[in-house]
Design a protein around this ligand. Structure first.
Ligand SMILES: *Cc1c(COP(=O)(O)O)cnc(C)c1O
Length: 494
């Protein structure tokens, strides 16, 4: 394809995407396919000679669009939202078009610096403390990771290295351990496995599965603290005494508590760990405090939800996903460090071909992530924040909250159902007043029916349904529709 053909077909592709969005209401949230469907539709080997573009394009609707889940369908209420907007799509087109790799400042100066200023824009917009800003003279910094899972893993590895190095310092163990000159086996001092085995990470029993995964991959121990229901949000939270007694017990048996991964906006019920209360304990005990606010973080853009970032002066690292509720499409998961200089030392590997003359003064983002290569993700933040302005994004966040309240009202005025926790930030948790088996049957019947899509959750043996406002085109009529579908299917289940 040459540039002339690209101009033509590129415009057709833009039309195809716009047509897809315009046709969402005529589609259904879930496709009618079974695993393995693709083998009948796509040849089992690539063609030897070039195919006509028109032939390739013609396959998109029957193979791709018809057989995928439509996350932006107005009746898609599952998981949490994934964000999208036309300005964000344009950011991704440009990123793909430029196709440069930004591991060092020198490898991509504008990619690096636009990311620095965009993470500052976001930090200011959601009310993070100043010391997280790249423009602040201190060692704080913001970077865009791919996902919340990546950010949590990076936080665990940074905290692990800090704990290992401080253990060595306190116990006067030389780091790195002196090695005979001719020993070809290297031990990396800050990641010394003999000390890693003593470390224990904490999180709430409501934390996301990505926290389990990060802890597992970091080869450290994990203790899930038991949450209780109550507090200002009448939702699941961790009491300070629960954390304190876990620390006491674990220290008594020779373990080293090294990180607490707090969740602001849990996946089950959008619960909030009390960062202001837990922060001072972490500080006193030398425990790294990471906050995963993947979904809820975006809401702090509205002054009325600033309580979500309360106590963040105690936070060592923080992450949220604008790709969930801020109109910026996947992947976009900014992360902030209180002390990025320190974290950098744990990830730094100096290869000769990566050296450049400005490295002492400019940010080399490769030192704060797992991969070396990185995409130009800041473009979509830049485009969205400018094209929508803070006001339009706030409007869409408030619309989510309002629609969830409408659904919550319908459910709470219906004697068949009960609300599990107060509706929070666009998520309604409810169940039929019956046992788990009936509720399980209800959710399966709803999804098999195909008119709406939602997913369940389970806490302390109680199975319930979650309805999350996901699509930006969902309106009050769609909420009534969802309620009527559920009412309609209920007699089938009973
Ligand atoms: C969605 C979610 C995640 C996982 O997000 P990814 O970016 O897909 O890794 C982690 N934590 C919470 C609280 C979430 O809601």
């Amino acid at each position: 394809m040459d540039s002339e053909a690209f101009r033509k077909h590129g415009k057709e592709m833009v039309d195809m995407v716009a047509d897809y969005w315009d046709s969402l209401r005529d589609r259904q949230p879930l496709p009618d396919v079974k695993p393995g469907f693709i083998w009948d539709l796509v040849p089992d080997a690539p063609p030897e000679s070039p195919e006509e573009w028109s032939k390739i394009l013609a396959d998109v609707e029957p193979i791709v669009l018809q057989n995928n889940t439509n996350w932006h369908h107005p009746h898609f209420f599952a998981y949490f939202s994934t964000a999208c907007s036309y300005p964000a799509i344009m950011g991704d087109i440009l990123s793909g078009g430029i196709s440069s790799i930004g591991f060092t400042w020198k490898s991509s100066p504008s990619m690096t610096e636009l990311e620095m200023i965009m993470t500052d824009w976001l930090a200011k917009s959601i009310g993070l403390p100043e010391h997280f800003l790249n423009s602040h003279p201190g060692p704080g910094a913001g970077i865009i990771q791919s996902t919340a899972s990546d950010a949590t893993f990076v936080a665990i590895l940074s905290a692990r290295a800090r704990a290992v190095s401080s253990y060595k310092e306190n116990n006067l163990i030389k780091s790195p351990v002196p090695q005979p000159e001719d020993d070809p086996v290297i031990t990396f001092g800050n990641h010394d496995a003999s000390i890693v085995s003593k470390l224990v990470a904490y999180c709430s029993d409501q934390a996301h599965s990505s926290v389990d995964k990060g802890i597992m991959l970091a080869s450290v121990k994990m203790r899930k603290l038991k949450s209780i229901i109550g507090g200002p949000h009448k939702n699941y939270f961790i009491e300070t005494e629960t954390l304190e007694s876990a620390i006491r017990e674990d220290r008594a048996r020779g373990l080293i508590p090294f990180i607490y991964i707090a969740t602001v906006g849990t996946t089950n019920t959008c619960a909030v760990d009390p960062v202001r209360a837990l922060g001072p304990i972490c500080k006193r005990e030398n425990i790294w405090l990471h906050v995963d606010a993947a979904y809820a973080g975006s809401f702090s853009l509205c002054p009325e939800y600033r309580y979500l970032v309360d106590g963040f002066e105690f936070v060592d690292s923080f992450n949220f996903n604008p790709h969930k509720a801020m109109q910026i499409n996947f992947d976009c998961s900014p992360m902030w460090f209180k002390d990025a200089k320190e974290a950098t030392t744990y990830f730094n590997v100096e290869a000769e071909y990566l050296r450049h003359e400005y490295q002492a003064v400019a940010s080399d983002y490769r030192h704060l992530q797992i991969a070396l290569g990185r995409r130009f993700r800041s473009l979509k933040i830049w485009f969205v924040l400018r094209a929508l302005g803070i006001e339009k994004i706030q409007e869409s966040l408030r619309q989510r909250v309002k629609l969830a309240e409408e659904f919550s009202d319908l459910i709470s005025h219906d004697d068949n159902f009960e609300i599990i926790v107060p509706t929070h930030l666009g998520l309604v948790c409810f169940r039929y007043k019956g046992d788990n088996a009936i509720n399980e049957k209800l959710v399966n019947t709803i999804n098999d029916d195909r008119r709406i899509h939602l997913v369940p959750a389970k806490i302390n043996g109680v199975f319930f349904l979650r309805l999350a406002i996901c699509s930006t085109i969902t309106n009050s009529k769609d909420i009534e529709f969802a309620y009527h579908v559920i009412k309609d299917l209920l007699p089938k289940v009973l």
